[in-house]
Design a protein around this ligand. Sequence first.
Ligand code: TNX
Length: 542
Amino acid sequence: MRHLLFMAVLSALLGIVPQPEKVEEMKGNFRIAGATFNCEMSLDRESQNLISEFADRLAMISDRTVSFAPSPTLRSNAASGLLKGVCFLLDKDKISGEYSLEVTPKYVLVFASDFYGFTYALQTIRQLLPPAIYGTSPAPGEKWVLPCCKITDKPRFAYRGLLLDCSRHFFKVEEIYRILEIMNVYKLNRFHWHLSDDQGWRIEIKKYPMLTVAGAYRSGTQIGRERGSSDGIGYGGFYTREEIRSVVAYARKLGITIIPEIDLPGHMQAALAAYPELGCSGGPYRVRTGWGVSDQVLCPGKEETFAFIEGVMDEICDLFPSEYIHIGGDECPKTEWEKCPDCQARIAALGLTSHNGVSKEQRLQNYVTERVQKYLASKGRRIIGWDEILEGELAEGATVMSWRGTAGGIKAAAAGFDVIMSPNIYCYFDHSQSTELSKEPLGPTQNPKRAIPLEKIYSFEPLLNMEAGATSHVLGVQANLWTEYIAEPSHLEYMLLPRLLALSEVQWCNKEVRDYDRFRAEVAGHQSAILNIMGYTFRPVD
Ligand code: TNX
C-alpha cells in the first residue's frame, strides 16, 4: 500500500497528460542536449523522419548539436547492454500506438511497433522536457535533461476524436493546423471535419462549382441567441482542394486521420441554395443565417439527388484517404417529404410503410443511408452517421456516433454496430465551461446544469451501463466543437482548452489511472506552461 502511494506521488511529478498506463520514476537524469539519436535500420521512413525532425528541433531549442542516424548495430548493442544516446527500436509484439520508454543516465530506450507508437513516445518525451521545447526560440539556459524513469503505455480506445464545425463559422487553414498540433500533443488521432451545413458549404467540389460560389456565403449571421435576427454582414469562405490536400498531409504527419463529414440528407440548405433542384419544392433557398434545424432538406424522390451525392463523394474520396466517411444523418425533418410527390412516389415504389412506430418517411431516410453506404462501400469506404441513423433499420457495417447521450451508442453496440461515444451532456465543447454563465462567453448554454466544466468531461466513463459483450464495439470517444456562437480563433481555443486535456484522459487512460486531483494539478502547472508557450488561448483552471 505504501509502495503504491509512493508511486502515485512520483508519477504525478512527471506531469504527463494523458497519464501513461504505468510510470516508475528513478533517481538521476539523462542529458538529452547534445545526445545522439539512433534507430534500427528497419524503422519505416515516416518514423525515421519523425525522429529526425524531433532531433532537429531539440538541437535548435537547446542550441546544442543533436545528431540522428539509423544504426545497423543497435539491436545487438541493446542485447549486450551497450546502449548510448536515445535509441528507437521495433517491438512487433506491441499494438498500434503502444510504446515503452526507459530513461537511464546512459541511454534512453524506446520500443514501439509502428509510427503511432513512436509518435506517442516522442510526445511523452516532449512532456518530460522543459516547456521551452514547445516554443520556437532557442532556450539554451534550460535544464535539458530527462528524469530517469520507466514508462509503459498504450491507448484505451483506438478512436480518439475531435469534431470541428467549420460551417457555422469558418476557420482558416492556419487555425486548423493549430488544432491538429494541440491534438497531437495530447495523443488524439481523429479529426472529424464538419464541412457542410445549412449555414455554409466549405469544400470546393469541381463538379458542382456553385456549392462554393453560392453555397459558401450567407447574407448575415444571427445576433446572439435572438432567433430570426441577422447582422446583415455577408459572411463565408471555403477550403480549396489544394488547402484540403495540405491539411490532410499535415495531419498524417501528426498521426491524425481526417474524417470528412458531408451531412445529409438534412443540414443541406446551403447546398440547396446552390442547386435548388435538389430540394422537394425547387426553392428558391438561401444559405441559412440563423441557427437551429432547417426543414429544407435534400429530396430523395429524385434520382438527380443521388447523382449529386455520388459526385460529391467521388471527390471527397479522392481528397481524403480515410476509411471512414461521415455522412451525417442527424436532424432531418420530414415535413417536405410528406408533401413531396417525388418522395411519395419513391416511398410507394420501394413499398415502404409506417410500422413499429417508424414512419414511412423515416424509412425513406434509411433508404438514403443504405444507398450512400453501398456507394461508398464500392469505393472501399465505410460510413459513420449520427445516432438518428439507428431509427428504423440500419445496414450492417455502419458505425454509429452517439450524440443524444449514450443511449444510442449502447443500443447500437448491443445490436452489433461499432460505436463512437460523443454524448452531448459530456462532450459538447460549445457549451459553457462554468456554471457561472454570465462570466463565460455567450453560447448555447442557458441552464447552468448544461454547463460542461473540466471535471464533468473528466468524469465521463464511456462504457458505463454497457453489457460486457458489447464493449468491444466502442471504438472510442469524441468531443464536438460546434461553432454557432464561436467566430474567432481565440474564442475557439478558449472553448477547447483545457477541456481537450480532460478528453484525452477519457480517450487514452484506463479508469484506474484517472484521478481528477492529479490531473487538475498537472493542468494548472506544467500543462498550462505548455499551452502558454504554444500561444493558445485557454480557460484558467478554477
Ligand atoms: C446538435 S450534434 C447538432 C448540431 C448543432 C449542435 C449544437 C448534431 C448531430 N447536431 O447541428 O451544432 O447540436 O450544440
